[in-house]
Design a protein around this ligand. Sequence first.
Ligand code: GDP
Ligand code: MG
Length: 141
Amino acid sequence: MKKLILMGRSESGKTTLTQVLRGEEISYDKTQYIKFENTLIDTPGEYAQTNHLGRALALYSYEADIVGLLISATEPYSLFPPCVTSMVNREVIGIVTKCEQEEANPDRAENWLRLSGCKKVFRIDSVTGFGVNELITYLNK
Ligand SMILES: Nc1nc2c(ncn2[C@@H]2O[C@H](COP(=O)(O)OP(=O)(O)O)[C@@H](O)[C@H]2O)c(=O)[nH]1
Ligand SMILES: [Mg+2]
């Protein structure tokens, strides 16, 4: 599998997605530091939510083949500025999480990710498994 680094605000579903991609049971675990585990790099949401730490994320992206920007379909706003993908020289994909939650608005989240420069956007729900296989297939290509 290609090496994937996940970025997004707290609660957007980064750690849960790493658990699903590893075939582990889902269990909540607050991410306190940038975690390298084989082909996955999980980051704390605070890095994406804090201006000066955001630059560190750009540097960490060089450790990966693909950058995944996550927005939950239930989020009322996006943290990612327009064209932010130009900050890195890696492929950047968008991942909309929580797509099967009742109040989800995946179209809105996908539009924000495309505005931020993601050419490819996956819609998933880590809890129900919706869309996860498509993402795994893409990472294995
Ligand atoms: N329904 C649903 N809940 C999710 C999904 N992804 C994460 N969650 C839940 O959202 C909460 C925060 O997830 P977490 O992975 O810790 O977010 P992180 O802060 O980005 O690492 C947890 O309670 C998860 O169970 C998803 O795709 N669907
Ligand atoms: Mg986390």
